[in-house]
Design a protein around this ligand. Structure first.
Ligand code: FES
Length: 161
């Protein structure tokens, strides 16, 4: 095998891998997660094994194999945030939402996740909800923070009535 042949193999597989990721990303964007039926259909139409597709889907944190909430809460549990009080914040979120890390509330409003470092350690502890950074957070602030997002939910329901 010469270098040109090896390059062709790498390029061909790189494109296929990106194609699969692009497909999964689009399904996730539209459905909020990757349903098994969608993965089976991708497998059928691409010829890739379901196990292969599952391994890609479960490798990337951006993909979820179960339904997620409307609001994604990420608590930074990196060293700096941990030292500054991330543990009681996570505990308070779990208590208020009545879910554990990785779970979604029954009303599908919130999914609780943890991350290892958001790269803004000096501002910790940090909680990110959707794309909003809540810095220097304290467990005592969790009620007020959650109320903002619940308010958005209430406002939307009122607008629909
Ligand atoms: S440890 Fe939380 S932002 Fe770095």
């Amino acid at each position: 095998m010469d270098e040109q042949e090896l390059t062709q193999i790498i390029e061909r597989n790189k494109i296929e891998q990106n194609g699969l990721i692009a497909m999964l990303y689009e399904v996730q964007s539209k459905m909020g997660y990757l349903p098994e039926a969608a993965l089976k259909l991708i497998s059928k139409n691409t010829g890739r094994s379901l196990i292969d597709i599952y391994s890609v889907a479960s490798f990337y944190n951006a993909f979820s194999l179960s339904p997620r909430g409307k609001h994604i809460i990420k608590v930074c549990m990196g060293t700096a945030c941990h030292v500054r009080g991330a543990v009681p914040i996570l505990g308070e979120l779990q208590r208020k939402l009545e879910i554990k890390t990785g779970e979604t509330t029954d009303d599908k409003q919130f999914t609780l996740e943890t991350v290892n470092c958001l790269g803004a350690c000096a501002l910790g502890p940090i909680v990110v909800i959707d794309d909003n950074y809540h810095v220097n957070t304290r467990a005592q602030k969790i009620n007020a923070i959650l109320a903002k997002y619940s308010q958005i939910h209430d406002d939307e329901n009122e607008a629909m009535e």
